[in-house]
Write a protein of this length. Structure first.
Ligand SMILES: Cc1cc2nc3c(=O)[nH]c(=O)nc-3n(C[C@H](O)[C@H](O)[C@H](O)COP(=O)(O)OP(=O)(O)OC[C@H]3O[C@@H](n4cnc5c(N)ncnc54)[C@H](O)[C@@H]3O)c2cc1C
Length: 476
């Protein structure tokens, strides 16, 4: 397995294709360091005794010990460990651990390439396993590029005026394919070794050219990353672990990019585009969400409990009720992930597949509650997160003494700790990074409507009707 330093070194060696605010930047540009720090954590945890047995797994292909973020889940225990790993790792980085994305993509490809081969007699699964062996041996990180830019949402890929609004194959050659189009919102693309591209939706027979999946180095010829960065506000004096971690999300442009056949995992088999989309986003990634979303709620709960404690109101009934409310959200989402793992099924490919209903109800519950959680925290925090004076005013001798005196809360808590607590609340509730996390809480891994679609696909509402008809004595 690589060390975080080896990972950072390999990023430094990559070709420049990351654009931020009008500039072409290196991958070790200071603006990208906070997001790279998140990924680096997944390498450092390998040496952390508290993560022993959690962050590593044994490859089912080679038997070697690998980072769990490169593992294809083989049984329920694997899914449970991945979920616990994500929750605990997210605690350390103050939110998303990001590396789950590539892990979910390889799990989906392992499952669906097997099925495509069964129907079409292709050899995608063998190809994919060879790629996976390399991915595991090199301990790679991958962004999952699934969300196409999509143009008019009511139209299918082939119906769009501009055919490039979904990533598509523009040329088939003897040595590979050429792809064009763009994916957007792609987390960690400039921090990743690889980009794994999978379809975003079901396709029809008219969408053959858009039914495509492949993996490429993130700096492959023709790929451009137009990147939005959300970093914590810089701290001048009051250093804190949370200020080390940020996120970078990109438009990933494929400007006629060549993909050799050994890295192509779907090409034209349109009935499987939807299944791959569901397996990547709707199944494995939503299971990962059942780990990361409870972690986010843990942080909201922790911030709320600490604020209430410092304010002297921790034991007031409305605070206790709000804390219990948040605990219900966190643990129900986590429980959905556990249920999905223990009621999951072994697939003939060897993959262990989480239960589709449980992962989707879990993810949906998290998505529809995120603003409720933030509203609850805002309520308890009062207005100070929005109006907290700048750090410099705490250190300025002319103003510092006033703030020391007037920021006081309950007896026994230092003003510095109150300041630290509210600076963190300000970051969570009022910063650019906080805003990105809130939107990600709704849409990352699929908007609530996407979970509802999969719940409808896999849930038997007619059976519920039958129950009621029986009890009501209705016979038809
Ligand atoms: C911070 C962040 C990080 C992300 N990271 C990744 C990532 O790493 N990889 C990745 O692939 N994706 C990523 N996503 C993308 C995420 O999965 C999408 O945002 C989500 O699927 C919604 O797609 P959209 O943003 O295009 O919104 P839209 O598709 O425009 O959806 C917005 C709303 O429009 C409505 N709508 C859209 N289409 C239809 C339709 N056909 N019929 C009816 N109603 C419709 C729905 O109400 C929907 O909720 C990320 C998103 C965020 C915010």
């Amino acid at each position: 397995m690589r060390t975080s330093e080896e990972y950072r070194t390999s990023l430094r060696k990559m070709k420049k294709n990351v654009y931020i605010d009008g500039k072409l930047v290196e991958r070790d540009d200071p603006i990208l360091v906070p997001s790279t720090n998140v990924l680096a954590k997944t390498f450092d945890l390998v040496d952390d005794p508290e993560f022993k047995g959690l962050i590593t797994a044994r490859s089912h292909l080679t038997g070697i010990e690998i980072n769990r973020f490169t593992h294809v889940n083989q049984n329920a225990e694997d899914l449970l460990k991945k979920q616990e790993l994500i929750r605990r790792a997210c605690h350390l980085t103050g939110g998303c651990i990001q590396r789950c994305m590539g892990c979910d993509a390889i799990n989906a490809l392992s499952l669906i390439t097997y099925e495509v081969d069964k129907s079409y007699g292709t050899d995608y699964h063998k190809r994919f396993q060879k790629y996976l062996e390399y991915f595991q041996k090199e301990d790679l990180t991958a962004a999952m590029a699934q969300t196409d830019v999509k143009g008019d949402r009511s139209l299918r890929p082939h119906q769009q005026k501009d055919p490039d609004l979904y990533v598509r194959v523009v040329e088939r050659r003897s040595d590979g394919i050429v792809v064009r189009g763009a994916k957007n919102h792609i987390t960690m693309a400039p921090n990743a070794d690889e980009i794994i591209c999978v379809p975003t939706r079901a396709m029809t027979e008219n969408d053959v050219d858009w039914a495509v999946a492949f993996a490429l180095p993130a700096d492959a010829e023709g790929i451009k990353l137009i990147t939005h960065v959300a970093n914590p506000r810089p701290r001048k004096y009051l250093k804190a672990p949370m200020s080390e971690f940020g996120v970078a999300d990109s438009f990933v442009i494929f400007d006629d990019v060549f993909v050799p056949w050994d890295r192509v995992f779907l090409c034209g088999e349109w009935p499987f585009a939807g299944l791959l989309a569901h397996a990547a986003g709707g199944l494995y990634h939503r299971h990962s969400y059942c780990g990361c979303k409870p972690a986010v709620t843990d942080l909201v709960m922790g911030a709320m409990a600490l604020t209430a404690d410092y304010q002297g109101v921790e034991n007031k009934p409305h605070i206790r009720s709000k804390l219990a409310d948040l605990a219900c959200v966190a643990e129900l989402v986590y429980a959905a992930g556990i249920a999905a793992a223990v009621t999951g099924e072994k697939h003939p490919s060897g993959n262990f597949v989480p239960n589709l209903v449980y992962v989707n109800v879990g993810r949906r519950h998290a998505g529809v509650n995120i603003y409720h959680e933030l509203e609850t925290l805002t309520d308890v925090a009062g207005g100070l997160p929005a109006t907290l004076p700048f750090e410099g005013d705490f250190s300025n001798p002319e103003t510092g003494a006033y703030l020391e005196k007037y920021l006081k809360r309950r007896e026994g808590v230092s003003t510095e700790n109150i300041h630290r607590c509210f600076r963190m609340l300000s970051e969570m509730l009022c910063s650019a990074l906080g805003g990105v996390w809130a939107v990600a809480g709704v849409h990352g891994g699929g908007s609530p409507i996407m979970e509802e679609i999969l719940i409808h696909l896999s849930y038997d509402f007619n059976a519920k009707k039958k129950l009621v008809k029986h009890l009501a004595g209705i016979k038809d």
